[in-house]
Design a protein around this ligand. Structure first.
Ligand code: FES
Ligand code: FES
Length: 186
């Protein structure tokens, strides 16, 4: 059965009728042309489809679009500065700390990281691992991803005029990557 819904995606409102059974991921990709959320497992297991719904991470593959009626949805497309094209600090953090290999998991990782950093601008490594525990990287680049989020936290604090929390942050980030390169469990 079709249902009339209205959602705001990256600040633009969309009103349309949608079959009750369709996922938000399907609607975003097929109807709205928003392709940053990826189809990985379709079973809420991998996080590749993660978007923010009213600021909270959501697995759009299992969230019915009708359930998002009235919500504000944020996807990766909404992060960079629309006027200048400048990357969002979270994106920049992933660039600087080489958080991607194939990149398929990346967009969902970034959205989960953004939710974390919006709530906790000063995370420790364990906070990052916990926040991203439902986002899987098949390439196994999890250590660099954690380092990327920690770098993103620094960049977000700098952008907010609240620079690095202490001198240990860059060292902690470097230690995460170095541990991974030595083959220690990430
Ligand atoms: S595609 Fe949604 S969690 Fe894997
Ligand atoms: S970089 Fe390939 S799945 Fe994560």
């Amino acid at each position: 059965m079709d249902r009339s819904i209205e959602i705001a995606v990256n600040g633009t409102r969309h009103a349309f009728a949608v079959d009750d059974r369709r996922s938000l991921l399907d609607v975003l990709r097929s109807d709205l042309g928003i392709t940053s959320p990826k189809y990985g497992c379709g079973l809420a297991q991998c996080g590749a489809c993660t978007v923010l719904v009213d600021g909270a991470p959501a697995r759009s593959c299992v969230l019915r679009a009708a359930k998002a009626d009235g919500a504000a949805v944020t996807t990766l497309e909404g992060l960079a500065d629309a006027a200048t094209g400048a990357l969002h600090p979270v994106q920049q953090g992933f660039v600087e700390a080489a958080g991607a290999q194939c990149g398929y998991c990346l967009n969902g990782m970034i959205m989960s990281a953004l939710a974390l950093l919006s709530a906790n601008p000063d995370p420790r490594e364990d906070d990052v691992r916990s926040a991203l525990r439902h986002n899987l990287c098949r390439c196994g680049t999890h250590a660099e991803i954690v380092a990327s989020v920690m770098r993103a936290a620094e960049l977000m604090r700098e952008a907010a005029g609240n620079p690095a929390r202490d001198d240990a942050a860059p060292a902690e980030r470097a230690a995460v990557v170095s541990k991974a390169r030595e083959g220690a469990p990430a």
